[in-house]
Ligand binder design. Structure first.
Ligand SMILES: Cc1cc2nc3c(=O)[nH]c(=O)nc-3n(C[C@H](O)[C@H](O)[C@H](O)COP(=O)(O)OP(=O)(O)OC[C@H]3O[C@@H](n4cnc5c(N)ncnc54)[C@H](O)[C@@H]3O)c2cc1C
Length: 190
């Protein structure tokens, strides 16, 4: 029977609690994850936007950017509530029964409103945080020009206030196997 999710947090009722990860694990994951997918919606139509992002840990928010105009900006102006997902994949895990085929993964889902950052000082701080995550050895004003007002005007900067998050990890060495079918040859696990 489908569960009643009315008035529940979006992270409620994770089905496999042994794969659920705690806040510290989620923080560590968000510091390192490379790409996020941000879901927004307009007129009942969901959208997914792949993007770089920065976990602004001090302010418990996630920063990302897009062009000053476009779908993402327009959607968020109309409905700020978003969901962000980031994940890491390992090996594919074979099994001798269809139900158990799997893969190694780590992932985090974040829920909250995305704010369009209009204060230039704050926008600069978040953009430098974003650049610093991916290019930690490059310095503004040294290897690259400091962010100009014109560049800021061409950019939408967003900050997702983290209202809820969840982490899940399945990094098993092997998927479950069944003794109701012949075992897989070892070559499939190499
Ligand atoms: C791994 C990855 C990281 C990225 N990081 C950034 C980033 O940090 N900053 C940034 O500004 N952009 C990034 N991009 C590009 C980003 O996904 C969007 O193209 C960009 O943010 C513009 O989105 P928009 O909805 O405003 O564009 P619009 O052009 O307004 O979107 C209109 C429509 O075009 C289509 N579209 C837009 N983007 C994509 C896409 N990526 N793939 C397929 N269809 C698309 C969709 O159907 C969308 O509804 C990244 C893309 C990838 C794959």
């Amino acid at each position: 029977m489908p569960r009643d999710y009315t008035d529940q947090s979006p992270t409620a009722f994770q089905r496999r609690p042994h794969l659920t990860r705690d806040d510290e694990w989620i923080r560590a994951f968000l510091r390192e994850a490379q790409v996020a997918h941000i879901a927004s919606s307009a007129d009942g139509q969901p959208f997914i936007n792949p993007t770089m992002f920065w976990f602004d840990e001090e302010n418990h928010q996630i920063a990302f950017h897009s062009n000053v105009a476009g779908r993402v900006r327009s959607n968020i102006e109309a409905n700020p509530q978003v969901c962000l997902e980031a994940s890491e994949l390992g090996r594919f895990l074979p099994s001798n029964v269809a139900l158990e085929f799997s893969l190694q993964f780590r992932s985090v889902a974040v829920y909250g409103p995305a704010r369009i950052v209009t204060d230039p000082e704050e926008a600069r701080r978040l953009l430098y945080g974003l650049i610093g995550k991916y290019f930690p050895t490059l310095t503004a004003g040294k290897e690259y020009r400091a962010i100009t007002d014109k560049e800021l005007r061409a950019t939408s900067v967003y900050a997702i206030r983290i209202e809820a998050w969840s982490g899940k990890e399945n990094w098993a060495e092997r998927a479950d196997q069944s003794d109701e079918w012949a075992p897989l040859d070892e070559k499939w696990f190499e």
